[in-house]
Design a protein around this ligand. Structure first.
Ligand code: NAD
Ligand code: MG
Length: 374
């Protein structure tokens, strides 16, 4: 039996202005990418990927595109966050022009969130905007970065500071591609999966507690989880595309998490994004419990589950340490979500009951972090 025999799961993202699109989720989808991309109508579809993913899946996707009658090509950047740079963005943009990508053609972002953000931003600005397809190959990219239209690169002054909203025309999430992911990247993506349950779906968090092993093993649970997460993200994006309100809930665990990433250095390998998020989720729930908002038992349940899946949940687990409370607070204050010096947190009244809490007192956070570090 070939892997493509099972019909993919579909999540529709009903954005207005003809910008609606489908997210297809299933094992083996990359091998049939060509026909699905060709159905969008284009003469060329050029793949932007990283060298690791190119070696694993580049030929498969290119051959499928060419078999469907599309002129194709591959632009492969170095793997890693450092490729979300001005220099790589320029190289990718010029590469797409050299491949003669015209207004009606397509860019195919094949890879993790780095490639999706970089290729999406190049597509957004090439010839004032060409269409693009997301073919996410990490769990994080399948449940988070490939959906919602945020694209961009980093400035030396901060992460994701240069970017554009540019929605993909199609998302192809081949869940079999995750079989080659390292356990560490798989776990990191899983922190974002669990996050959706914690934000607004206690039933899904309970489902995760019961089914996470099947997701890691590549059973049907994996497709189901990716679909549930995409549905949750799509619903938020459709209600608040530009993050004027509710979309901020997706940052649960990220205020603490980003600070830890900043303190350890983004490409140092000490902490990957999802590990920072796992600690951040645990801290957000313990902080909520400390403020009397959330039962302590629920905060314990969150950390227990993440730890069972192999994720860090405490500041002490940051490799090489993360400095003191003041250092963490300073790193948080650099976050672009901080307005007028007041800290905005996403807190929770319980599992699945998160809310936006603006104006959190710095001293309160400091006392909490001091206790956490003790
Ligand atoms: P990544 O793209 O760097 O991928 C992680 C590593 O896995 C890379 O080394 C890559 O080469 C490798 N890889 C990818 N697919 C593989 C596969 N199938 N098999 C083996 N190896 C594979 O990192 P990521 O975690 O996917 O994404 C992180 C980025 O996503 C960050 O830059 C972050 O800012 C961004 N992001 C964007 C959004 C958004 O809404 N646009 C949301 C969340 C995160
Ligand atoms: Mg994240």
């Amino acid at each position: 039996m070939t892997e493509t025999e099972r019909a993919p799961l579909t999540v529709h993202v009903p954005l207005d202005g003809g910008r609606d699109y489908d997210i297809l989720i299933g094992r083996g989808l990359l091998a049939s990418a060509g026909a699905r991309v060709a159905a969008l109508g284009a003469r060329a579809a050029v793949i932007v990927t990283d060298e690791t993913v190119a070696a694993l899946y580049g030929d498969r996707v290119r051959e499928s595109l060419e078999a469907a009658g599309l002129r194709s090509g591959v632009i492969a950047v170095a793997p890693g966050e450092a490729s979300k740079s001005y220099a790589t963005y320029a190289a990718v943009s010029d590469g797409l022009l050299a491949h003669r990508v015209e207004r009606n053609d397509l860019v195919v972002a094949l890879g993790g969130g780095v490639v999706g953000d970089l290729a999406g931003f190049a597509a957004a600005t090439l010839r004032r905007g060409v269409r693009f397809v997301q073919a996410p190959t990490t769990l994080l990219a399948q449940v988070d970065s490939s959906v919602g239209g945020k694209t961009g690169i980093n400035s030396p002054l901060g992460k994701n500071l240069i970017g554009a909203f540019h929605q993909p025309r199609l998302v192809l999430a081949d869940t079999a591609a995750l079989d080659t992911l390292t356990q560490r990247e798989m776990r990191a993506g899983y922190a974002e999966v669990a996050k959706y349950g914690l934000i607004g779906d206690a039933g899904f968090f309970a489902w995760c507690e019961a089914n996470w092993r099947g997701l890691f093993a590549g059973g049907p649970e994996r497709d189901e989880a990716v679909a549930i997460c995409c549905r949750a993200k799509a619903a938020v994006v459709v209600r608040d595309e530009r993050e004027d309100g509710e979309r901020a809930l997706l940052n649960l665990g990220h205020t603490f998490g980003h600070a830890l990433e900043r303190l350890t250095g983004y490409d140092s390998g000490r902490l990957v994004h999802g590990e920072g998020v796992a600690i951040g989720l645990s801290l957000a729930f313990r902080f909520s419990a400390r403020l009397g908002l959330c039962p302590g038992q629920e905060a314990g349940r969150v950390a227990n589950h993440l730890a069972l899946a192999g994720l860090p949940t405490r500041l002490q687990q940051v490799p090489g340490g993360c400095g003191d409370a003041e250092a963490i607070l300073d790193a948080m204050a650099q976050d672009k979500k901080v307005r007028d010096g007041a800290l905005t947190f996403i807190l929770a009244r319980g599992i699945g009951k998160s809310f936006i809490a603006p104006g959190i007192d710095r001293a309160e956070v400091r006392a909490f972090l001091d206790d956490e570090l003790r």
